[in-house]
Design a binder for this molecule. Structure first.
Ligand code: ATP
Length: 453
């Protein structure tokens, strides 16, 4: 009991008082209805991790709560009912109900006290991986089963908020021991076969938290990979929620995190990049390209016009043999632009190879201007040095060059607007790029010589 109250006090001390108050109100609402309420998953893990770092406040952006019956299972709508009751107390919060899964979410948007908080409230679920009936204990059995369907032991702990025994840690699978040993241990051997995206989740948490993957868990991962995960990911593309959609979501989380490179290395060590495509390897060449991409994003994307994680993923896919790119991009349900880029990438590469023949800047610009920035960057990564340099120069300087005169100026000079204008302006721009023209006077001279009035 002392330990229970210590954990509860810890939670209270580590989180923002307004959030503590919200959890207190949620527990009161649950108790009124004869239910138990638990914080589960990531928040419990992060609280236990933060315990040793006394000064650090715990920044909980999303919290998962689970409602469970006190004497018997709570009915399926309990989570939704609790969320609705809370929304009445917090009119600022938006309530989203997901009927199919009987879960509800309360969302705050830039609230002065709760900031952008996301609270998911679910009813303890037992339907997915029923725990063997060997357990005669009735109390807390549905929360136990709810925890059993989760991924890793460190993510499968619950902290009881309601009395009696508020503050009790429910740790049926020794998550605390694994947390202390700093290791990721999966709950059951078939876990990765049931859901291969858990491999990516495991790697993401391992790298983020500086944990290792426990050796038995690693062998389950390797077993799942050898059973042909890619085929499944591709095949189950049409189901909802599709495996490939979840894989894409995991890839996004990994590729937008500062630790993306270490995560890719670990995925590669586990042969798990095969989930993307069986031939995908993080070899020296791909690593070199990804490093180049980083430098390039730092240099050219000050305005954040490019979605960095997506371009990293496109660079990875572009590294595959041409015949696989489009299918992989489609399987992962990347945005249409990305699919198009990757489908046309080998043609673009062939075309861009023509830069070696270009002697003039205007020829370089003429060749590159039909491509979007992302294609150019992807092409640069795979091109020889001289071509890469031309692409960098085009991206950083040449694409912004403008002729000293525009259409209005041409009219003022006495030229009649019409189809010829475009050709004249193109010529003028080419002459500007190539240094033949550099101000209005030289531009006018250039025009009067080439297009006498
Ligand atoms: P983060 O700090 O990255 O948000 P989290 O643990 O809260 O970490 P979520 O993706 O929000 O991660 O998932 C919440 C909880 O749901 C997890 O802690 C885990 O218990 C469970 N979970 C999520 N995805 C899966 C999955 N694919 N398989 C099993 N359990 C999962």
């Amino acid at each position: 009991r002392t330990q229970h109250s210590a954990l509860r006090t810890n939670l209270k001390n580590h989180i923002n008082p307004a959030l503590w108050q919200l959890l207190t109100k949620a527990s009161q609402e649950a108790t009124k209805r004869g239910w138990h309420l638990y914080v589960v998953g990531g928040a419990v893990r992060d609280l236990l991790l933060a315990q040793n770092i006394q000064q650090e406040p715990l920044l909980l952006k999303d919290i998962d709560l689970v409602v469970d019956g006190f004497h018997e299972s709570a009915d399926a709508g309990a989570g939704v009912e609790l969320a609705t009751a809370l929304q009445k107390l917090y009119p600022n919060a938006r309530l989203d109900v997901h009927g199919a899964f009987q879960t509800a979410a309360l969302l705050w948007h830039k609230d002065p006290e709760l900031d952008s908080l996301w609270v998911d409230i679910a009813t303890a679920r037992t339907e997915f991986y029923p725990y063997p009936a060997a357990n005669p204990e009735v109390e807390a059995s549905s929360i136990r089963q709810d925890l059993y369907r989760r991924d890793f032991t460190i993510n499968a702990m619950a902290l009881r908020l309601t009395t009696p025994r508020a503050g009790e840690l429910l740790d049926y699978f020794n998550g605390l021991i694994d947390l202390e040993a700093r290791q990721m241990r999966v709950l059951h051997p078939n876990s990765f076969i049931e859901d291969p995206t858990r491999i990516y989740r495991g790697v993401r948490f391992a790298v983020r938290l500086g944990f290792t993957i426990e050796s038995q868990t690693e062998s389950y991962i390797r077993y799942a990979i050898n059973s042909g995960v890619y085929d499944r990911t591709a095949r189950e593309n049409n189901k909802t929620p599709a495996l490939s959609t979840r894989l894409k979501a995991e890839l996004k989380l990994i590729l937008e995190a500062p630790y993306w490179k270490r995560a890719l290395e670990l995925l590669d060590n586990l042969s798990a990049l095969q989930c993307i495509h069986p031939t995908l390897k993080l070899n020296v060449e791909l690593l070199r390209q990804l490093r180049l991409l980083e430098r390039c994003l730092q240099r050219f994307d000050n305005s954040q016009a490019i979605t960095h994680w997506l371009l990293r993923l496109e660079a990875i896919i572009a590294h595959l043999a041409p015949e696989f790119r489009s299918k992989v991009a489609t399987n992962l349900q990347l945005p249409d632009d990305s699919i198009k880029r990757l489908s046309h990438f080998s043609k673009a590469m062939d075309n861009i190879a023509g830069l070696t023949e270009c002697r003039l800047k205007s020829q370089v610009v003429g060749l590159l201007k039909k491509y979007d920035l992302e294609t150019l960057i992807l092409a640069a990564l795979q091109s020889q040095r001289s071509i890469r340099r031309s692409i960098w120069q085009y991206i950083s300087v040449w694409r912004f060059v403008q002729a000293p005169l525009n259409g209005n100026d041409l009219q003022k000079l006495g030229y009649k607007p019409g189809r010829a204008f475009k050709e004249m302006l193109d010529d003028l721009l080419a002459a500007t790029l190539d240094g033949v023209v550099n101000d209005r006077v030289s531009a006018e001279a250039f025009l009067s010589q080439k297009y006498p009035l």
